[in-house]
Ligand binder design. Sequence first.
Ligand code: SF4
Length: 321
Amino acid sequence: CLNLLEIKDLTVHYVTVDGTVHAVENLNLTLPEGKTLGLVGETGAGKTTTVKAIMQILPDPPAKILSGEVFFNGEDILKKNKKAMRKIRGKQISMIFQDPMTSLNPVITVGEQIMEVIRLHDKKLSKKDAYTKACEMLELVGIKADRAGDYPHQFSGGMKQRVIIAMALACNPKLLIADEPTTALDVTIQAQVLELMRKLKAQYQTSMIMITHDLGIVAEICDYVAVMYAGEIVEYGNREQLFHRPSHPYTKGLFACIPNLMEEETALIPIEGMTPDPTNLPSGCRFHPRCPYAVDECSKTNPDSREIEKGHYVKCLIKEE
Ligand code: SF4
């Protein structure tokens, strides 16, 4: 199938007083149309920087995109100017953040907020029609239309996140990016929001990138998985490949909890050792100070990504028999 998104050799640094943070380096990633990609890894691995680079909402300064191309629908969107990019954001690519309150305006009713998003991208639509559409969007995410006149504080955390999803989907985006969309919610509500996202994916064929710490979420709704470590993708493949044949030592560590996937505790298992200082990364393979399989060569050579089976890429020097 066609790739909706193709990132080539993306490098993003932050220039700070403490030094240069190598947030994302030579990152390559593809997302076929209608599919969901899970982006996993520890805090600071570069996941959020990657998606913010796609959206072009990185704070500049200190962030600098040093190189790379981001093909969306076959066009390199890094080459677009601000105005063109604003059109793409929201209309074609939407993003849901971790904390719904940062995206909702407390003094405007939710119906009006969704309506505004709709009108921003379809200026010909009358206020009345846009409001009707906003109400439909609310119903779609399981909120009664008669609540459109309520303000954000009148909703629970889970409902607010649904409102955000309704807003993100209001323009029928081709790509929905969700940065830990359920972290701030309790477990039952998390399950409901996920169920909703799964339904929407099936109904609208929306492609998604989901940043998450929760392997349960990955197992449930992601078709592909990219594992990030210290600014690089160390393993990429489909869900089956990653869960059944994890090959990078880091992924193996992360996915060590798979037998318990059916139980509630599906968070990533912390791996011994510290995430490296992004201003002073280890030589060679960035994982070598923590890697139980490291050999001498690992501290000298940063391995290339190898295709170990069709569509399954691993960035490690050690070849498994
Ligand atoms: Fe471990 Fe070496 Fe592979 Fe890096 S290259 S993950 S240090 S075995």
